[in-house]
Design a protein around this ligand. Structure first.
Ligand code: FCB
Length: 405
């Protein structure tokens, strides 16, 4: 039996755009339609309306923390016009968590931008950092007495990769030069937010906040052990997995590292060009591992490997996302249990993991993949909005309650 520490945080995550519904001022809302996506987010999981019911379920399932995001485009639908009504909504949301004794972990940017910011060129320009800081200040001022954990930017490298390298998310650019600029701006945005949040808490004499990142890590492996594939693995590991965290540590802008881990990528490069080295994967189904419904390899060992790579930074770590989309709920529980075992093994080796947050509390809108993939501990009937707690959620609840696996 594995025993996790008493103070270990247990919970699940969501992001505003994926669950709330009707985020009409977001760039994604417009892009879904203009790019002809098969499924648009619409009313999503209707969490904007049912958040209290959803938090009742989280409570019932013994969650002690909940990771959620604030939708910037709701709060600031037009440049410098903040919506008091929407800020009040988020105060209600956070209060609802507090009333249930669930620690909120708040993300300020989870992939979507206000449409007005996109029209100004989004994160390509340094001005985005200042717009972001102004929004961060408003939110942190409103919520600081109820929130201790903040994550300024979710998965900066995933955002850069999808939107500016692979060019499959808005604004669909494919430019390594622009992607470098965007990554730099997100890095600085985090750094500015880190300082700002700490300063607000200091001024108000509140206990120091904990500001971290939710960083995506993938286990990369060479499909065939060629020199070129090994170089591809090395470059992805240093640029994608470790680069951002390294820089934030150097800037002293991290109180904790959040890890989002899902899968392993088999690297099979088709040339020596930088795009080949960074982007090519095996297309021939050489992997024999079990898959989730999106065809991603299930490789629990990868969470262990990722955590050990972070040990040298000597910071507390949270698993801020880990999950599986599957129609086989028994597979979901196996996924959770096998990954938790690997987290425990990393803790044995000295990694200071302080919490595990499953992705996701609810079935939701999986970006360009639509509503097909079901990651939730709770099933959502998108027509009626009805929620049904899955068996895997109840098994996970036992771990949350007892700290034992
Ligand atoms: C992560 C994202 C999250 C969700 C999961 C499946 O990369 O942060 O929004 O889409 O993947």
């Amino acid at each position: 039996m594995i025993k996790f520490p008493v103070r270990f945080l247990w919970g699940a995550a969501t992001s505003a755009y994926q669950v709330e519904g009707d985020n009409v001022f977001a760039d994604w809302w417009h892009w879904e339609k203009s790019s002809g996506q098969k499924e648009v987010s619409g009313s999503a999981s209707q969490h904007y309306r049912y958040f209290e019911e959803d938090f009742n379920s989280a409570k019932l399932l013994h969650h002690t923390c909940h990771r959620l995001s604030i939708e910037w485009s709701r709060v600031e639908p037009y440049e410098n016009q903040f919506s008091a009504k929407e800020i009040a909504h988020y105060i209600d949301v956070i209060t609802a968590l507090r009333e249930r004794n669930i620690q909120p972990i708040v993300t300020l940017h989870h992939f979507t931008n206000p449409e007005w910011l996109s029209r100004l060129g989004g994160w390509e320009h340094t001005s985005a950092r200042n717009y972001f800081s102004r929004y961060v200040e408003k939110i942190v001022e409103a919520l600081c007495d109820k929130v201790r954990y903040w994550i300024p930017v979710n998965e900066p490298m995933v955002y850069v990769y999808h939107a500016y390298v692979a060019g499959i998310w808005p604004p669909q650019k494919k430019s390594l030069r622009v992607s470098q600029a965007v990554a730099g701006n997100l890095l600085d945005a985090h750094d500015q937010a880190y300082k700002l949040i700490h300063e607000i808490y200091r001024k108000k004499d509140l206990p120091a906040p904990l500001v971290g990142t939710a960083h995506h890590m993938q286990a990369f492996a060479a499909c065939r052990p060629t020199l070129r594939n090994k170089l591809g693995v090395y470059l992805r590991d240093s640029l994608f997995n470790l680069g951002f965290v390294k820089k934030l540590c150097r800037m002293r802008s991290l109180d904790f590292i959040g890890v989002n881990y899902y899968t392993r990528g088999l690297v099979e490069t088709r040339g020596w060009g930088i795009r080949n080295l960074l982007l090519d994967f095996c297309r021939q189904q050489h992997s024999r591992l079990d898959k989730n419904d999106l065809g991603w390899d299930i490789y629990p060992q990868g969470i262990y490997e990722s955590l050990l790579k972070l040990r040298k930074f000597k910071l507390p770590v949270f698993i801020t996302e880990n999950g599986i989309c599957t129609h086989d709920d028994a597979q979901r529980w196996e996924f959770i249990a096998s990954h938790l075992k690997c987290v425990a093994a990393a803790m044995e080796k000295g990694v200071d993991v302080q919490g595990y947050i499953y992705w996701s509390l609810l079935d939701n809108y999986e970006w360009d993949k639509g509503f097909g993939p079901r990651f939730g501990l709770i099933h959502v009937d998108y027509r009626s909005g009805k929620r049904t707690i899955r068996e895997s959620a109840r098994k996970f609840a036992m771990v949350c309650q007892t700290g034992e696996l």
